[in-house]
Ligand binder design. Structure first.
Ligand code: WTA
Length: 645
């Protein structure tokens, strides 16, 4: 059998789960022995959630790229590792075999080495969804540099903040990226981000869109030139070789920035070995991957889902990962189904927001598309509503493909709670059961476990995890204390997810959404404080408060209440100015859907904004706003209510 740790029956799931909780060290020792190590670990696990300190496979040595590429070459060298579907369906599809991937990754590693990149250096990657992005990521991993991929929708200011926080010395980017009918000038955005930057030494630019770019002498180099030079260096006697750096199990593999409840995004750090084991284990089990399957994860590699389930999970399993450069609605809303048909996709993993948006186009875009290759469907990123779940099940899976609802986070590295496709039961809108090794617990405000059930047998509480799994967040880059206060200090000895959840009598979990000041807009995390900071940058803004409200397609929309100094007679123009400001500071993904101008905000006497009230107003539920007597100016609530958009 291809994956000895693949769980195939419900009974086996229960046995494995029990074993993983009763004897985690033995359990993960066994799983980890299926990988390629340069030196075996001395001990499986060391941990305490107080500091926090989490270490897996202590003193083990490895390189993740040998596990994702080299070990597959002998038996699968000519098998496709990546199938690349370009934005423009007329452009040529690219099939990257494991041999080709090996060569390109060795070349990138050599190129980085030539440019002075060393183990531990931070390399920021800001590229579109092209195979070169995967080569760049794995090239970094090959020489032990820490990659930090930044999603193409972030602004120059956001990039500048991340470069500064990571103290990055190298950038890999493209002249531009294609997205639907747009061409995003990535290099030009990087140039803006670099104004005033002191750490970046080299910028490598790959040509994708042929957008004119300015190349700064001494700093900017062309990928094509450097790669050509590197090609001669890695090829000897018809063989390709570049040594994979020996990494400690706990050496950081990458940084990925994500939003929290404070104004500044955090650089989540994942380790080399634990992350590898977990993304592989969860990929093989959740999706029940079989050798030869074509796995299509529609996420962008700029987010954790792309890291774990386009690159590391599938490739470490010797799988075929389909990567798509475009958007689901261009040239028309049948794009996903064309891709499934053309490439005979077996596993489709997407976000509820994409499903809801495609539902809006009706069934015409599906007509005539052969979806019979599909075997398994998945969702990620936000709770899926039952209507979208059934639409997906009826029209895409034709009621014969199990749907996995996978709950996890940037910080968890891979899936923690999900049914296993066709092995454990699927329940619409429930993420269902924890993966082996995951011990969820629901607690009250004080961190006490809730055991009381309501009349339907349901427990509701804040979702925490009791013990580490291999890809637990290790730290927040450059600020370990921040990691502690954000995730490990709310409740003693527990990892706090920031999500609320329900649990039924059979132990199934249903995620109800964030309980902190984090929004989930189209499956993207946004901190309300982060959006407020951006709005407040506009010269005329005195103060603002941002909350989420239910949105038919995005899941949550962004509702901003803004106090503006001298409101222009044309309120809409001011709104446009604010949107422009947010786009500049964070990026288009953070633009508020609604901006209501107000003369004040509901505050307590100590000056705290009562978001509970604003949330209710934004949701349109104004019948019972709760106790407003403690407000500094209770009259303001009436005004805001009447001005609701
Ligand atoms: C939410 C994405 C319900 C949740 C992998 C979590 C979900 C946040 C689900 C993490 C799901 C993710 N059901 N909610 N299946 N998956 N979430 O870091 O609120 O971008 O805390 O990671 O998305 O978002 P992140």
């Amino acid at each position: 059998m291809a994956y000895p740790y693949q769980i195939r029956t419900l009974d086996q799931y229960h046995q494995e789960y029990k074993r993983s909780v009763e004897n985690p060290e033995e359990f993960w020792d066994e799983v980890a022995s299926n990988f390629q190590w340069k030196k075996k670990w001395d001990k499986v696990l060391n941990w305490n959630f107080k500091e926090p300190k989490v270490e897996w496979f202590i003193n083990g040595k490895l390189n993740i790229t040998e596990n994702c590429i080299d070990r597959h070459l002998a038996s699968m060298g000519e098998k496709p590792a990546i199938i690349w579907e370009p934005n423009n369906p007329e452009e040529r599809v690219r099939i990257v075999t494991y041999n080709r991937l090996h060569k390109r990754v060795c070349q990138v590693a050599q190129m980085l080495h030539n440019l002075g990149v060393k183990k531990g250096d931070r390399v920021c990657i800001y590229m579109g969804m092209i195979p070169e992005l995967v080569y760049a990521v794995l090239g970094c991993a090959r020489i032990g540099a820490i990659h930090s991929v930044i999603f193409g929708g972030f602004s120059a200011q956001s990039i500048a903040d991340r470069l500064y926080d990571a103290d990055a010395e190298f950038i890999i980017t493209c002249d531009g990226a294609f997205r639907g009918n747009k061409d995003i000038p990535l290099k030009s955005i990087i140039d803006d981000a670099l104004i005033g930057n002191r750490s970046v030494k080299k910028v490598i630019v790959y040509t994708r869109t042929r957008t004119p770019v300015s190349m700064l002498k001494g700093r900017d180099v062309w990928w094509e030139d450097e790669m050509e030079h590197a090609e001669h260096q890695v090829e000897k006697d018809g063989k390709v070789y570049f040594p994979a750096e020996e990494m400690d199990a706990e050496d950081p593999l990458f940084i990925l920035y994500t939003s929290g409840s404070t104004g500044k995004p955090k650089g989540v750090v994942h380790s080399s070995a634990g992350y590898m084991v977990w993304t592989n284990y969860t990929f093989v089990n959740t999706f029940q991957y079989q050798p030869g399957d074509v796995h299509f994860c529609t996420a962008d590699i700029g987010w954790i889902t792309g890291h774990s389930y386009i690159i590391y999970g599938p490739l470490s399993a010797g799988g075929t990962s389909l990567m798509f450069e475009g958007i689901p609605t261009w040239p028309d809303a049948g794009r996903f189904w064309d891709i499934v048909d053309r490439h005979k996709v077996n596993i489709l993993y997407t976000a509820p927001t994409a499903i809801r948006s495609l539902m809006g186009f009706g069934l015409d875009p599906i007509k005539g598309k052969d979806l019979s290759s599909l075997r398994i469907l998945g969702t990620v990123g936000e709770p899926i509503n039952e209507e979208a779940w059934h639409w997906y099940d009826d029209n895409i899976g034709k009621n014969r493909c199990p749907i996995v609802d996978t709950w996890w986070q940037t910080e968890t590295g891979g899936v923690l709670i999900s049914n296993l496709a066709g092995v454990t039961p699927a329940i619409p809108s429930w993420a269902s059961l924890p993966l082996p090794g995951v011990q969820p617990i629901l607690v009250d405000e004080n961190g006490n476990e809730i055991t009381e059930r309501d009349e339907n047998g349901i427990i509701k509480g804040n979702l925490c995890i009791k013990a580490p799994w291999p890809s637990t967040i290790r730290t927040t880059y450059g600020d370990h204390e921040r990691c502690r206060t954000n995730y490990f200090s709310a409740y003693e000895n527990l990892y706090f997810t920031g999500d609320g959840a329900m649990k039924d009598e059979k132990g199934n979990y249903r995620i109800t959404g964030r309980v902190d000041d984090v929004l989930n807009v189209s499956g993207h995390r946004l901190g309300t404080a982060e959006v407020e900071n951006a709005i407040n940058m506009h010269a005329g803004v005195v103060e603002s408060a941002v909350v989420g409200y239910p949105h038919d397609i995005k899941g949550q929309g962004v509702y901003a209440f803004v106090i503006f100094e001298h409101l222009h007679s044309d309120e809409n123009l001011t709104r446009q100015d604010i949107l422009q400001t947010v786009t500049r500071i964070i990026g288009p993904i953070a633009k508020p859907d609604k901006i209501q101008f107000v003369s004040g905000l509901p505050k307590t006497r100590s000056g705290k904004i009562m978001r509970r009230i604003l949330r209710k107003i934004a949701e349109g539920d104004t019948s019972n706003l709760g106790d407003t007597t403690t407000l500094l100016d209770p009259g303001i609530v009436e005004e805001i209510k009447n001005g609701r958009l």
